[in-house]
Design a protein around this ligand. Sequence first.
Ligand SMILES: Nc1ncnc2c1ncn2[C@@H]1O[C@H](COP(=O)(O)OP(=O)(O)OP(=O)(O)O)[C@@H](O)[C@H]1O
Ligand SMILES: [Mg+2]
Length: 364
Amino acid sequence: MKIKDIQNALNSQYSEREEVIEGLMVALIARQHALLIGPPGTGKSALVSDLTKRITGANYFQWLLTRFSTPEELFGPVSLKELEQGVYKRNTTGKLPEAHTSFLDEIFKANSAILNALLTLINERVFYNDGSPAQVPLMSLIGSSNEYPEEGEGLEALFDRFLLRYEVDYIGEDQSFVSMLKGSAPSPADMSIDELFELQFFSDTVTIPDEVFDALSKIRRELMDEGIRPSDRRFKQVLSVIRAKAVLAGRDHAELEDLMILKHSLWEKPEQRDKVAKIVRNHAQDAVKTRVEEIKTEAADILKSLEQSNNSTDVAVESTKKLKSLVIELRKLQKDNPNRTEVAQAVALVQKSLTDIASQVLGV
Ligand SMILES: Nc1ncnc2c1ncn2[C@@H]1O[C@H](COP(=O)(O)OP(=O)(O)OP(=O)(O)O)[C@@H](O)[C@H]1O
Ligand SMILES: [Mg+2]
């Protein structure tokens, strides 16, 4: 998939940005907006401009907002010729109302002169030019800021428009730091805007099974118990990122693990992030997968103790018993989940250990 190639190219170019990069891909497929919050010089601008350049044929609009930014800067100048005729119409060529993708740096510097038009454009994807509404082609707007908006500045509505929110920090690992310093030649991956449209279209058809809806409902309940209340609108909108996540994984249906991305969506205040992540993680994990992993670890431990006993016959007999009971449990899992390849693989793995012990240790 071309979008996967872009994702891989960006991952090798930017260190420790896997989650943000995934989020940006998902935002593009889901036609949602994403916010990057982090200190200066963490590669936010570089990453977004690198990504958007790779979507050929898409109009891209990038701007650094200041407290003094004027509507002209974002929406285009008022045409003087038309003004003479009493028409107050902006020439939007090359500006935000004509962009498919956009990056607004220091987005929370947006002042009241531009805020309302910006909110309408982001939310309804409509721009009022001389009073008449025009649909805008905007797919995803990426906002960035060095800090969270202060309360009471009227910026809550803007903050709320971003379905995905990422905190971007300085590189942690020494090795990643060195590879950032060294840099790497950018890979040539790109995709056309039509190919992106196709992915967006496909993502609308992704099916969401009931177990995912049930998990969402449990997540909502547990968040509520913690006093965290994302709006119903937000829950409805997150379905689009769940679908996009499935598309990115090459599936036509959502799975529980796709819910993991919601840890970047269901919090409102930064201090809620850890709690949200924990609750989401509990439900995004698929119980079958988790149990299969545990059984594989148990089997490995059993084999290790057998080896440490220098293949003592007593231990071998004991190990055989334990492994057999694991096989029984796996078979039951397999019966309940006939389509799960990881269960079948685990059965084969444990079976093989059993025959190995039988022939090599017990000599049967
Ligand atoms: N994680 C990273 N991986 C690779 N390069 C990075 C990373 N972080 C920063 N850089 C390098 O730092 C440069 C500057 O980053 P950039 O200007 O994009 O930061 P920013 O987060 O947009 O800062 P500001 O908040 O000041 O706008 C990038 O062009 C890139 O070379
Ligand atoms: Mg920047």
